[in-house]
Ligand binder design. Structure first.
Ligand SMILES: [Zn+2]
Ligand SMILES: [Zn+2]
Length: 414
């Protein structure tokens, strides 16, 4: 069996008291939750007895405390526990698809003598490259815009998607990726490089700024350095998996166990996580099933409502998987990032840590753009008009420090 695995902590910042892991089946088996593992670092009852009755033995209770190590260790330990339990239940896991952030596979091999095949999550690979690129952007010595970063990420996504099962292809394409952006097409392949495909047409880099290649040599060397380890990993990148469904399950848990509330002192969190798993597998019908199991009426209205919700869920799933919807999502994201930057430039700094304490807060807003004029030819009563040709050299109005604008012009008397 091939499983996607991911773990989430209840709190950010590595001081969480609980964690939950999901083992999920692949798309051909319906992306169902195969196993949900919850780990606790504390138990409410044990804590109360230790604090209030230190001399007495803790009363008999269903203790939830099952992890004594650090928070970071939780992910590998709970993953290991899940795999072992699945093995015991007669459904052994052979392939694990995950983000590769933990040491679960090494632990399983050394402790339980279970060897698994691992596949990395495609989104995490692209995200990690993105993180490195943004770190490079923060470094003031290189000029790298967000547009270029998004474009490089998109190219990496294409390379990974088109060359699954072909490590050599991935290696060649990744090697050619950076030089291609700098108009060096010696390593490019005709199927994807427009320059190589058709030499008769002038090639323009459609997604790069000003539709031209990048020029900064320093940037090129930095990018090539950044991609070196990625190229080395090419054989692993040729067989990628996805743990996207786990991300969805984890997000769903935040509906029943909000991050701002602590449910980890008792089994409350376990019930909430398992209810989420049941919800993902059975949709809302799980509520009626629990009712029937407990000898209660399943509820006519509940059943009807569950059917309606399931229909809606399927419709949304089908729609969101369409390429046109995905493209629209990407387009909206880009639009949002452009308008956000533009509006922030007009408004100046309005939100920052402790900005309210300063006396000279700037609340002036730059005026909106002058709308485009309604240009029409005019007829002068005096006869022929004078044509003036001028070249308007100006910057994009939303850059933070606009250069002076100047209008060189000349008259043409006709
Ligand atoms: Zn306890
Ligand atoms: Zn090329």
């Amino acid at each position: 069996m091939s499983c996607a695995v991911d773990t989430a902590w209840h709190n950010r910042g590595f001081d969480s008291l609980t964690s939950h892991s999901f083992f999920m089946s692949k798309a051909q088996y319906g992306k169902k939750v195969v196993k949900a593992v919850v780990s606790h670092r504390t138990c409410g009852v044990c804590k109360w007895w230790k604090r209030n009755r230190p001399s007495e033995a803790v009363r008999n209770h269903r203790c939830v405390h099952d992890h004594t190590g650090s928070v970071r260790l939780m992910e590998s330990v709970s993953g290991e526990r899940g795999v072992c339990e699945l093995h015991k239940d007669g459904t052994p896991v052979e392939v694990i698809e995950g983000d590769g952030d933990n040491t679960m596979i090494a632990r399983l091999k050394s402790k339980s003598n279970i060897s698994l095949k691992k596949k990395f999550d495609r989104n995490h690979i692209v995200k990690n490259i993105g993180k490195k690129l943004y770190a490079l952007q923060a470094d003031k010595s290189t000029k790298l815009s967000k547009l270029v970063i998004l474009h490089i990420q998109k190219c990496v996504k294409y390379i990974l998607a088109k060359n699954q099962g072909d490590p050599k292809g991935i290696e060649e394409n990744l090697k050619a990726l950076v030089p291609h952006q700098f108009a060096d097409h010696t390593m490019c392949q005709p199927p994807w490089c427009g320059y190589k495909r058709d030499r008769s047409v002038k090639y323009s880099h459609r997604s790069l700024p000003y539709k031209g290649p990048l020029k900064d040599d320093h940037l090129r060397s930095q990018l090539e350095k950044l991609f070196e380890p990625v190229v080395m990993k090419a054989p692993q990148l040729a067989d990628l998996g996805s743990s996207q469904q786990c991300e969805h399950a984890i997000r769903e848990v935040t509906m029943t166990a909000p991050k701002s509330l602590h449910y980890g002192n008792s089994e409350s969190l376990d019930f909430r996580v398992k209810a989420t798993a049941a919800f993902i597998n059975e949709a809302r019908h799980y509520i009626s099933k629990v009712h029937s199991e407990a000898g209660l009426s399943p509820g006519v209205h509940s059943l009807r409502y569950a059917d309606k919700c399931l229909k809606h869920r399927k419709r949304v799933q089908e729609r969101s998987a369409l390429p046109s919807t995905k493209r629209r999502r990407l387009q909206l994201k880009q639009e949002r990032s452009i308008t956000q930057g533009a509006q922030e430039a007009l408004e100046d700094m309005s939100y920052q840590s402790e900005i309210g304490h300063s006396d000279d807060a700037d609340i002036q807003k730059l005026p909106d753009l002058v709308p485009r004029g309604d240009f029409k030819p005019i007829v002068l009563p005096t006869g022929q008009p004078t044509y003036i040709a001028f070249d308007l050299e100006t910057n994009w109005p939303y850059t933070r420090w606009p250069d002076p604008t100047y209008y060189p012009g000349c008259c043409h008397r006709t």
